[in-house]
Design a protein around this ligand. Structure first.
Ligand code: 0RQ
Length: 502
């Protein structure tokens, strides 16, 4: 502990998790570290769970992104969360959001910092921040994620540190903390290459704000990623072929452009696919570094990887955290405001790959709402990247729930990514390159290349009747029928038309 606590004057602040949790009041707005189950505060939230069992206690919780079970399951299920933002991915809190027990503000991840600056999120009474060390010069070194912690630390009235001594000291030096100033007086972000470091190795805070330090040894919850199946592998292969064709067309080189990929098994399978490919000297400029990135560093394919969090399965946690020195000069963790910044995504020319729940025949994408009303996880960073990337790619299987649901529908039941933000769509059936195409040019590509064979005829039938009814408007729709597939699903448990006619 002594080694990790460079500022000796803070030794007197060491308390138990219960004592730290007692500082927080019912009704407080609380910021917490953590992004995709990495680097989250764990022991103080569990002490808050105990408090919530015995007293009226509800707080608003803002984080980087999704947290592990301590907050997004146990604290939520204890009834202690009034409002949550900006992202979650746990069935525990998801159910409470969809039963109306938790309010959820699902926001672009790059936007939060500006909302904190403007006082829309706040006043933040406490930040609970997991750290691997506090340096002699008072820099707080985060653990496996940075997320929104720098901006929370700047604006929070008080800070509780969870000093997690189970994380390796080799994390010190991996972070690159740069916080833009006030809008209107702000300089350009000084990054013209994704491998550049532009900030400090830790978060600068006024030590007087640190009200408690709790020593923790709780590891991060491992990532829940499932290994590739035949279909995710097919999607990965289709994408790799697409990139090869882009090289032939002279639009990309073997180095491609910096890659962003969402969380999940398709994203991981695509990256795994680079291992035996022609591509080389790849740079990852993403949100989350998953298992595949470290395998590609080992294989000599990826020369640098930056993100705002590292989320690994148990197997990879052991391999990477036991050998972090080996990766230290090849990885970098930044605030999410920087990893997801539109200015940088556009300047660096990212290729972004994210996942859709459903998409429509014109290329609008729903990534968040099951059947238009039920929240799944949230938009996360997918919108930050899709709109600003050089190449915005969406992947999804063409069907869900054993074929009862077509992921390609006449009109999406909720829009996260509009037709203007979607360049390329990939399913296990094939690929639709929508760049430069008008809505009616996109339809045949999406139906013929991407839809499941069971639904192609039904999609053509809808489209042809819509063209006829509107006299071929810019974007033909039968408004009274556009959401009928979802209605059919709700009534008959399938989107297949025969059943709705029965
Ligand atoms: O449910 O497991 O109960 O069967 O949705 O679907 O196919 O396993 O896909 O795990 O990759 O998640 C969009 C949710 C996809 C995710 C989403 C059902 C399906 C299954 C999951 P079951 P899959 P994935 C980086 C960028 C938004 C945020 C984002 C996500 C479950 O990728 O949250 O991209 N993305 N962030 O059966 C009803 C449909 C369905 C459907 C699938 N059309 N209708 N249910 N399912 N399609 C990360 C961050 O920003 C932090």
């Amino acid at each position: 502990v002594q080694k990790r606590l460079g500022l000796k004057e803070l030794e007197s602040k060491i308390v138990t998790a219960e004592e730290a949790a007692a500082l927080i009041s019912n009704g407080d707005v609380v910021g917490m570290s953590g992004f995709t189950r990495a680097g989250d505060a764990k022991v103080v939230p569990m002490a808050l769970v105990e408090r919530a069992k015995n007293e009226e206690f509800k707080i608003d919780v803002y984080t980087g992104a999704s947290l592990g079970p301590e907050v997004d399951k146990y604290l939520a299920e204890a009834g202690a969360i009034r409002k949550r933002g900006p992202f979650q991915g746990d069935a525990g809190i998801r159910n409470l959001i969809n039963s109306g027990d938790v309010l959820y503000v699902d926001a672009h991840l790059s936007h939060n910092a500006e909302l904190v600056r403007q006082g829309i999120i706040g006043p933040i009474k406490y930040l609970i921040l997991e750290a691997v060390a506090i340096t002699e010069d008072g820099l707080i070194i985060p653990t496996n994620s940075v997320g929104n912690s720098p901006i929370f630390a700047e604006y929070a009235e008080n800070i509780i540190i969870e000093l997690n001594i189970s994380h390796p000291e080799a994390l010190i030096g991996i972070h690159d903390i740069y916080v833009p100033g006030e809008q209107g007086k702000r300089e350009a972000i000084p990054m013209t290459d994704a491998m550049q470091r532009i900030g400090d190795i830790g978060i600068k805070v006024d030590p007087a704000k640190i009200k408690a330090i709790v020593i923790s040894e709780e590891p991060d919850a491992p990532s829940l990623i499932v290994p590739p199946d035949e279909e995710t592998q097919t999607m990965a292969n289709i994408l790799l072929d697409f990139f090869s064709n882009e090289i032939k067309a002279g639009r990309l080189t073997k180095q491609l452009m910096p890659l962003q990929s969402g969380v999940g098994s398709v994203a991981n399978a695509v990256l795994d696919g680079f291992a035996d490919s022609e591509f080389e000297d790849l740079i990852v400029a993403s949100e989350v570094l998953q298992d595949a990135v470290f395998n590609l560093i080992d294989a000599g394919k990826v020369k640098f990887a930056a993100a705002t969090s590292i989320t690994l399965t148990e197997e990879l946690q052991q391999k990477v955290y036991g050998n972090l020195e080996k990766y230290a000069d090849k990885i970098c963790l930044r605030p999410q405001e920087i990893s997801n910044h539109p200015e940088l995504i556009r300047r660096l020319g990212l290729i972004s790959i994210n996942t859709a729940l459903e998409l429509d025949i014109y290329g609008n994408v729903n990534s968040t709402h099951v059947s238009g009303t039920r929240m799944m996880n949230g938009i996360g960073g997918s919108g930050d990247f899709a709109r600003n990337a050089r190449l915005g790619i969406f992947v999804t299987k063409s069907y869900a729930k054993g074929g009862a649901i077509s992921s390609i529908v006449p009109m999406v039941s909720h829009v996260d990514h509009t037709e203007h933000d979607v360049d390329v769509i990939v399913t296990e059936q094939g690929i639709a390159d929508l760049r430069g195409l008008a809505p009616k040019e996109r339809v045949p590509l999406i139906i013929e290349n991407c839809a499941h064979p069971d639904y192609k005829e039904q999609l053509w039938d809808y489209y042809n009747r819509a063209v006829e009814a509107t006299g071929s408007h810019q974007t033909p729709h039968l408004l009274e029928e556009a959401l009928s597939w979802h209605v059919n699903l709700a009534k008959n448990k399938t989107m297949k038309k025969e059943v709705s006619n029965a």
